[in-house]
Design a protein around this ligand. Structure first.
Ligand code: NAP
Length: 490
């Protein structure tokens, strides 16, 4: 039954580019294959856009910009709300599609549909709350008017790890603000975006407001779009090295940019923490999405008095995880995205063990079909190990110890990243001190998950620029215009 459902769903998903309201092949006729990471098998063959297709997609976005900006906010909001409702009707299909193309267990894919869908609903509500100000200037000689207007055509680039939520987190505020866009999902997981955009089309989104290109040539295709002076906004979610390259390209046309980049989250456990809750939070912060989340806890910084016990309890829970294809009942750990990811995680674990870390659970790639890595717990990871510096992006816990609060803070902040930090303590004053002390854009205080459509998501330092979601998210797609007019009574 599941196999039949999967086949029917994969047959239904659009396989073409979406440009100016039409589903079209790449001009060259080229195609790309999408694999299931749990089996390595091809599940769909879709259009592979070239530079010309990217240019046509931007043409369509530019052509639709003026009329979309003039479309009443209520109408824009109701189209988003319609798409939210359609996604709820198709939520099981959306979840299954994500599991099949990306690998996360079905229960987590359902969670992402709920989370990702909320951006459609949230920004349907924000569309009608774009406000300005009107008032006297301090001298009393004039009236100052401040308004917000859409920045213009946007280019949205999303990663493979949260195929739905990363798309809705950008598309929904762009649509709400009155911006048209071209969206480019990762070539590894393009199907969910194609499915989502079909729902937006069904919800009544006019032609050209959203255009989709899928490509194996992301560098050249994106480079040409970013270099086009008609583009006004670039929003990127992905790795820091690619983000840095795109920022440099965006500088030439002084684009408004949003950058949601990599992380290296500290997970700090004080000796006064509720250890049961800390273990529960650690499992969520580390193993959600098989560790492939920018918000994944990367370094577990644990007080020396409780580190042994924390590691023991965590390892016990991790050994009970079930590895398998995410569609199977009871599976808690799916595959990594590809074999390259398995090799990278394996080399980080080997480096840590070679330098003296102790393996409490897992530690190896799983032999056989698919790209699986055992859920792993490493204790006593030595300073200088690669795993403490690099984003692991896999199911590996690395535990280091601290002696006092100042030491914990220093270790937590010893990274060029600053996306999120997690802190477990029952001491309220200490928790408040840590809010100020952690150099991160977000913090989970006694919780292992922070994401919410109503919250401003984003990082500091090399984790990025700007915020997505919350009241802040729509401002990434708006620019401020100020007008002065003489005081009518002067
Ligand atoms: P990535 O390699 O940087 O790719 C991200 C996106 O950029 C993909 O669509 C990719 O397309 C595209 N891309 C790659 N090279 C490009 C280039 N030269 N020009 C234009 N586009 C290019 O990152 P990833 O491996 O997909 O995603 C994992 C990373 O994303 C991690 O670092 C993670 O922390 C970060 N992330 C951050 C957030 C956040 O909100 N801060 C959220 C999720 C993920 P192709 O892959 O098709 O080339």
């Amino acid at each position: 039954m599941t196999a039949e459902r999967e086949a029917a769903l994969l047959a239904e998903v659009p396989k073409q580019l979406f440009i100016g309201g039409h589903w079209v092949d790449a001009a060259s006729g080229a195609t790309l294959d999408v694999d299931d990471p749990a089996t390595g098998r091809v599940i769909a063959t879709i259009a592979d856009a070239g530079v010309d297709d990217g240019a046509r997609a931007l043409d369509a976005a530019v052509a639709a910009q003026e009329s979309w900006a003039a479309t009443p906010p209520r109408v824009r909001g109701e189209i988003l709300r319609g798409a939210f409702d359609l996604l709820q009707e198709r939520k099981e299909d959306a979840a299954l599609l994500m599991t099949v193309e990306m690998g996360k267990p079905l229960a987590e894919a359902r969670g992402e549909v709920a989370y990702g869908g909320e951006f459609l609903r949230w920004f349907s509500e924000e569309a009608v709350r774009i406000t300005g100000r009107y008032g006297s200037n301090p001298e009393g000689t004039g009236r100052m008017i401040v308004t917000q207007r859409p920045v213009g055509p946007a280019f949205l680039i999303t990663p493979w790890n949260f195929p739905l939520a990363m798309a809705t987190r950008k598309l929904a505020p762009a649509i709400a603000a009155g911006c048209t866009s071209v969206i480019k999902p990762a070539a590894l997981t393009p199907l969910t975006t194609l499915f989502l955009v079909r729902l937006l089309e069904e919800a009544g989104l006019p032609a050209g407001v959203v255009n989709v290109i899928t490509t194996t040539a992301s560098g050249p295709v994106s480079g040409a779009i970013i270099a086009d002076p008609r583009l006004r906004k670039l929003s990127f979610t992905g790795s820091t090295p690619v983000g840095v390259r795109l920022l440099k390209q965006a500088a030439d046309n002084v684009l408004k940019t949003s950058m949601e980049l990599g992380g290296n989250a500290p997970f700090v456990v004080f000796d006064d923490a509720d250890l049961d809750k800390a273990v529960e939070g650690a499992l969520q912060a580390k193993f959600r999405n098989i560790g492939q989340a920018c918000t994944a806890a990367n370094r577990f910084i644990v007080h020396e008095a409780v580190a042994d016990e924390f590691g023991r309890r965590l390892a016990e829970r991790v050994k009970a995880f079930r590895i398998g294809r995410g569609t199977e009942e009871g599976v808690t750990i799916g595959p990594l995205i590809d074999d390259k990811a398995v090799k990278k995680v394996g080399s980080l674990v080997s480096d840590a063990v070679d330098r003296g870390a102790i393996l409490l659970a897992g530690g190896s790639a799983v032999q056989g079909e698919g790209s699986f890595f055992e859920p792993t717990v490493l204790d006593g990871v030595r300073a200088g190990s690669d795993i403490l510096r690099e984003e692991i992006f896999g199911p590996v816990v690395s535990i280091i110890r601290f002696t006092d609060e100042a030491d914990a803070i220093a270790q937590a902040n010893a990274t060029e990243y600053g996306l999120v930090g997690y802190v477990y303590t029952q001491d309220l004053a200490r928790g408040q001190r840590l809010i100020d002390a952690l150099d991160t854009g977000m913090m989970g205080l006694n919780t292992g998950v922070v994401s919410n459509a109503a919250a401003p998501f984003g990082g500091v330092k090399q984790s990025g620029l700007g915020r997505e979601g919350g009241a802040e998210g729509i401002h990434e797609y708006l620019e401020t215009k100020y007008v002065l007019t003489p005081d009518p009574f002067a």
